[in-house]
Ligand binder design. Structure first.
Ligand code: C2E
Ligand code: CA
Ligand code: CA
Length: 893
């Protein structure tokens, strides 16, 4: 910009200067013309006068008088003509103002020129001593009759020319002057410079002007520069055509160049202003961009030094500002993070550790403090720290640490014990992260130590709760399973074998239910002691384990034992239980059923082993209890059938594979049906009719009984419409309820809905429950029965005589019917004891004013006996087996 500006300005100044020069030269031309015309006016005047006839007067004096009169007239006007005179052809000159003065001028060039015939001639400039002025002589011929007669002579003063010079100057400081071809000053505004004494004034002219003069004479026009009286000047010259004079027009250098200088100054000011502006703009723009960035980099520097205290206050609205705001947010988040981190560090339970791995510098001051050590008591090395780690934990800590450093473990979280100064161990939760170099080599690790002793102790306590039975202090089921799995793992490796025993107490439930839970609990404690004793008496090794598996079930693990050796333990346990156990005032006889399974023959995993030993135990129960049974594939087959049934039941319910058979209950006196009992069968598509004993216990276990019962209730009520339609006197329908169902919330709704839907009167509907059902959930039973009672439903107590047969219970239950178990019917005609029981049951019913029903009546003798004993109703094959509905209807007919 500067270079271009300077170049342009240079060009511009050149043009301007050129224009100034032209102006100056024009002035010079104008000046010369002006003077030329002025001179020409005199010449013409002189020529005119020369033609006047008065000048041809023979009498020269008369002619001179006329001229003198003209001169006076002219002088009154503005003229430079100073004198007039007449010359004769001999060269004599008579002055018009004073004819007495006659001089010879015949030798002069100008006179000679006129004689030669030129119309006008001039003398050179000269000083007239007589007149005391600079003058020029002008001569013109005076003709008479076409012949040169005389010559008119005029002297022209040049003072008036000098007077004109100030008017012709260029500018304020300029000058104009006239030199003749010899350098004589013809006109000049300063009179002192005029030729006064006749000396050749060219010598007085400055050297530069002399040079100019020479050029001017040669070239007639041009310009030069010169310094005169210490002033720089520019001088333009131009000839005055009428004479050989040269018109000089001078401009004061300073003044002449003033416009240009002004221009230069202005332009320089503009350029420097522009440059300044540009520089400022550049600086400003750069500053606007770089200054915020500088601020940011300073802030970043501070942040990298860890100083987050200074806010980043860049207010720019551009991208830099955006960056700054993001940066500020970053700073705030970082600050908050650090503050939180510090809070965490300063927190009560956390200590920070820092491990410079390369230099083995392990920094853990807060941990030391936490453990009660002075800082100097433990070196800051990993070895020093290792020394206070619990010996049992050290191995695993070192192993984990190595895995972590090797990058095998992503995170480092360990729990271990560390010895405090006071000697007790504190549980530490150590967490950490590692910093690696580019090659993955760990450089530094850092993390925290948290005192988790309290949590750990609680955990141990919980462990105790979780792994041990609180009643017997034996390992619990969970613990047992863990031990069993361990045993299996070890046995697999070492090709070992072992035995699992599962003991289930016989009739424990009865004791629990009748004598109460506190007695049951004490009994379990006693039993567990007896088992432990029996096991330790027969098995010497301490590896054996006795666990409470749940309820009244115990599992005994016998490592490295099988065959007779293992069965011997089962026998020992059973015999240990035979002795009566006294608890409070009671003397209780208890027995157990034991299942036995060998590893690996009877199962290679824990679940299979437990499942199989369980089956063996059930087999022992089935076989009459108080015995052990070794697992066998046959047992498994039976059990598997059960499982199969269970899985088929879902489908059965969906496909309506169940049917109801009905067995009439007969009035013993008139032998007419008073009721029917609905008994379920499963009409299996492949296996045919399956009796309830084969699937009811299974669906009870699985909970499917709820849906099945609902189906039974609805179906029985629905079927009852058919015999009711036949117009007999009301026949009650009995349905059987499973133990758990008495507690079922919607039982009442199901029954009342079914009754309502089939328009069956509640009094013609009876549920059958067993005493054990009632006992199991006494309160709930009373409540449900009361509700059923309130809507009119009848209640029958089923299978009376087996189990509890407690008069106390019977009195409290709102029972309408007592069904005497068919077990007593078999021998009642022969066996006095059974007969006595049946008789007692009938008597109880009579005394409670409820109906007694004898079940399982198969013979006429039984019927006769029952009639004798006053049994009101009977039920049994003697009258009818349970039959499908159509047969029942036929039967009723
Ligand atoms: P329960 O309630 O004691 O039913 C009477 C059982 O005795 C029936 O066996 C019946 O066929 C059988 N019985 C009747 N008269 C004689 C006889 O003169 N001699 C012999 N030896 N037996 C006789 P069933 O039908 O096999 O039912 C067995 C058990 O299944 C029932 O015993 C009952 O506890 C249960 N049960 C049957 N149906 C249902 C039901 O719908 N729901 C529930 N929860 N249990 C049912
Ligand atoms: Ca029944
Ligand atoms: Ca029964």
């Amino acid at each position: 910009f500067v270079i271009v500006s300077i170049f342009s300005v240079h060009q511009f100044i050149q043009i301007q200067t050129q224009q100034l020069y032209q102006a100056l030269e024009q002035q010079a031309v104008f000046n010369s013309k002006y003077i030329n015309e002025r001179l020409n006016a005199h010449v013409e005047k002189i020529q005119l006068i020369s033609q006047k006839s008065e000048l041809q007067d023979e009498d020269i004096y008369a002619a001179l008088a006329h001229l003198n009169q003209l001169l006076i007239d002219i002088k009154a006007g503005e003229t430079e003509i100073v004198t007039f005179g007449l010359m004769d052809l001999e060269g004599m000159l008579w002055e018009a103002a004073d004819p007495e003065i006659i001089t010879y001028q015949g030798y002069t060039d100008w006179y000679q020129a006129v004689l030669r015939g030129v119309p006008i001639a001039f003398s050179e400039v000269g000083h007239s001593v007589a007149l005391g002025i600079m003058r020029k002589v002008v001569v013109a011929p005076v003709y008479k009759d076409g012949q040169l007669y005389r010559v008119l002579h005029a002297r022209v003063g040049l003072e008036k020319l000098s007077g004109l010079m100030p008017e012709l100057k260029f500018g304020e400081k300029g000058r104009a002057f006239i030199l003749d071809e010899h350098g004589i000053m013809v006109a000049h505004p300063s009179p002192d410079l005029l030729l006064v004494d006749g000396t050749k004034e060219s010598e007085k002219v400055p050297a530069a002007v002399a040079v100019a003069l020479k050029q001017a004479v040669a070239e007639k026009t041009g310009r030069i520069y010169y310094t005169f009286r210490g002033v720089d000047s520019i001088l333009a010259y131009h000839p005055i055509p009428l004479t050989n004079w040269i018109m000089f027009t001078v401009a004061g250098g300073h003044e002449f160049y003033a416009p240009i200088n002004n221009l230069i100054t202005t332009l320089a000011a503009i350029i420097s202003g522009a440059v300044f502006l540009l520089l400022f703009l550049g600086w400003y723009i750069a500053g606007k961009i770089t200054r915020p960035l500088e601020g940011l980099s300073v802030a970043a520097g501070q942040m990298s030094q860890g100083d987050l205290s200074n806010a980043i206050t860049v207010t720019a609205r551009d991208e830099t500002g955006q960056l700054a705001r993001v940066f500020e947010q970053m700073r705030l988040s970082l600050k908050e993070l650090i503050e939180r981190y510090q809070l965490a560090v300063e927190g009560a339970s956390d200590a920070i550790w820092d491990w410079d791995i390369a230099n083995n510098y392990f920094y853990f001051p807060r941990t030391k403090q936490m453990l009660g050590y002075e800082d100097h008591e433990l070196d800051n090395t990993i070895e020093a720290y290792n020394r206070i780690i619990h010996p049992e934990d050290l191995w695993s800590v070192e192993k984990q640490r190595a895995l972590f450093l090797a990058g095998k473990n992503k995170s480092y979280t360990l729990q271990y014990r560390v010895k405090s100064k006071s000697g007790h161990y504190i549980w530490i939760l150590s967490r950490g992260n590692v910093v690696r170099d580019a090659t993955g080599k760990p450089l530094r690790a850092a993390g925290s130590h948290t005192d988790i002793t309290a949590a750990k102790e609680a955990e141990i306590k919980l462990d105790q709760l979780a792994y041990f039975d609180q009643l017997t202090n034996l390992p619990n089921r969970f613990n047992l399973m863990r031990a069993l799995n361990n045993l299996i793992n070890n046995a697999q490796e070492n090709k070992d074998y072992f035995t699992v025993l599962l003991l289930d107490l016989d009739g424990f439930k009865v004791i629990n239910d009748t004598l109460g839970h506190p007695v049951g609990d004490l009994l379990l404690q006693k039993v567990s002691e007896l088992i432990l004793q029996a096991v330790s008496n027969t098995v010497n090794n301490s590896d054996s384990a006795v666990a409470r598996f749940g309820g009244d079930e115990f599992v005994i693990l016998l490592p490295n034992r099988k065959g007779e050796a293992a069965l011997g333990v089962a026998k020992a346990i059973l015999s240990a239980l035979t002795a009566a156990i006294s608890i409070d005032q009671y003397s209780l006889n208890i027995s157990g059923s034991v299942g036995v399974a060998f590893y690996p023959e009877h199962g290679s995993d824990a679940d299979t082993l437990i499942k199989n030993v369980d089956m063996a135990m059930y087999k022992a129960k089935e076989d009459g209890k108080n015995r052990y049974r070794l697992f066998s594939p046959e047992i498994s087959a039976v059990a598997n059938k059960k499982m199969e049934i269970q899985s088929n039941l879902v489908r059965a319910l969906k496909n309506r594979e169940f049917i109801l058979h009905y067995q009439p209950i007969i009035d013993a006196v008139n032998e007419k049906p008073v009721a029917v009992e609905a008994l379920i069968r499963w009409n299996h598509p492949q296996k045919g009719l399956i009796p309830p004993y084969d699937f009811i216990p299974i669906v009870e276990e699985s909970g499917q009984i709820i849906n099945i019962t609902e189906w039974v209730i609805n179906t029985a009520c629905h079927d009852s419409k058919q015999w009711r339609a036949q117009g007999f006197k009301p026949i009650t329908v009995h349905i059987n309820l499973s133990p758990k169902q008495i507690a079922q919330d919607n039982l009442i709704d199901i029954i009342s809905n079914a009754l309502e839907e089939n328009k069956l009167c509640a009094t013609q509907f009876s549920i059958e429950i067993t005493e054990s059902t009632a006992v199991e959930n006494w309160e709930q039973t009373l409540k449900t029965l009361a509700e059923l009672k309130s809507i009119g439903v009848k209640i029958a107590l089923d299978d009376f005589g087996v189990g509890y047969s407690s008069l106390q219970h019977l009195k409290q239950l709102p029972v309408d019917t007592l069904k005497i178990d068919r077990f007593f019917m078999f021998n009642c005609t022969a066996d006095q004891r059974d007969q006595a029981i049946v008789k007692a049951a009938i008597n109880i019913a009579q005394s409670l004013n409820i109906v007694a029903v004898a079940e399982g009546v198969e013979t006429a003798e039984q019927l006769i006996l029952l009639k004798e004993m006053g049994c009101m109703h009977v039920q049994g094959y003697y009258f009818s087996k349970p039959v499908p509905l159509p047969e029942l209807l036929a039967l009723l007919n």
